[in-house]
Design a protein around this ligand. Structure first.
Ligand code: SF4
Length: 271
């Protein structure tokens, strides 16, 4: 087990925070596991469930109507009514953000994510982890893609381009990239700070050498969900851990320090 000694203050994002009303994020991950167990009891086929949840999430107005149908037995209403009461404390800022979002930015699917979509994405990420974890762990080449916003902005980052993309050189004990990289390395997952690496090209190259390839993503919830979907479409085993909040330039016009639940990351890659 990698020793972690890092401050872990609650942070708020533009639309969500995995801290909710707690001073840790372990409650969020435990809640997601319990809710996902309940949803899997509705349909045991995880691939079918993931596809259904993905399709539900595409229709925002239908989601709102389905959530209002408390007694309905259609799958979308059942799922939304199971998850909404438990997950809404993590997405409290979403509606204010959407009210203030200029029309010209509504085309950006990530920025325009609704509360119901966030909740479905949270479950979709957990279902994908359950579906792909063993295949990912067995892959010959495993990479992790970490976002720039996880670094320690108080130091001059010494990361450098190595192979596919940038690698952390461990210059700061207060940096989440540093700790995440150590956890990933210990599990034979090559960690990269994702700047300009062409993931599809690397996957194609690896597969052409008759080796299997897996990806672990770390990103804010909408970004991670779309990344996981793209990998699924390309038959790449993919797992992921969401950032604790959305605090990068896409959301604020500048970067604010972010964090990830390192215990959860370690739990995932060593399970
Ligand atoms: S620890 Fe790594 S990612 Fe963080 S600032 Fe230093 S080199 Fe950059």
């Amino acid at each position: 087990m990698v020793q972690i000694n890092l401050e872990y203050p609650p942070i708020m994002g533009k639309t969500y925070s995995l801290f909710g009303t707690s001073d840790s994020t372990s409650e969020y991950f435990e809640t997601i596991r319990i809710l996902t167990d309940r949803i899997q009891a509705l349909d045991r086929n995880t691939s079918v469930l993931i596809e259904s949840i993905k399709n539900f999430s595409l229709n925002k107005s239908k989601l709102k109507m389905s959530l209002r149908k408390k007694e309905s037995d259609d799958l979308m209403s059942l799922i939304l009514n199971i998850i909404d009461p438990c997950l809404k404390k993590y997405t409290e800022n979403t509606e204010v953000h959407l009210r203030k979002l200029p029309l010209s930015k509504m085309w950006d699917r990530r920025l325009a994510t609704t509360r119901e979509q966030y909740h479905l994405y949270m479950i979709e990420i957990e279902l994908s982890n359950r579906l792909f974890l063993s295949e990912f762990i067995k892959a010959d080449q495993k990479i992790a893609l970490m976002p720039y916003c996880l670094q320690d902005f108080s130091v001059k980052c010494k990361s450098e381009k190595q192979g596919f993309d940038y690698k952390c050189l461990h210059c700061s004990a207060r940096c989440y990239q540093n700790h995440a990289s150590l956890i990933l390395d210990a599990s034979n997952i090559e960690p990269f700070i994702w700047m300009d690496g062409d993931m599809k090209k690397l996957a194609k190259y690896t597969l052409s050498k008759k080796k299997t390839f897996g990806v672990l993503g770390i990103a804010c919830i909408p970004e991670l969900t779309w990344g996981i979907r793209n990998c699924r479409k390309s038959n790449i085993p993919v797992i992921g851990v969401p950032l604790n909040a959305n605090r990068c330039t896409r959301w604020y016009g500048e970067f604010f320090p972010n964090s990830i639940d390192l215990n959860e990351l370690e739990r995932l890659v060593t399970s």
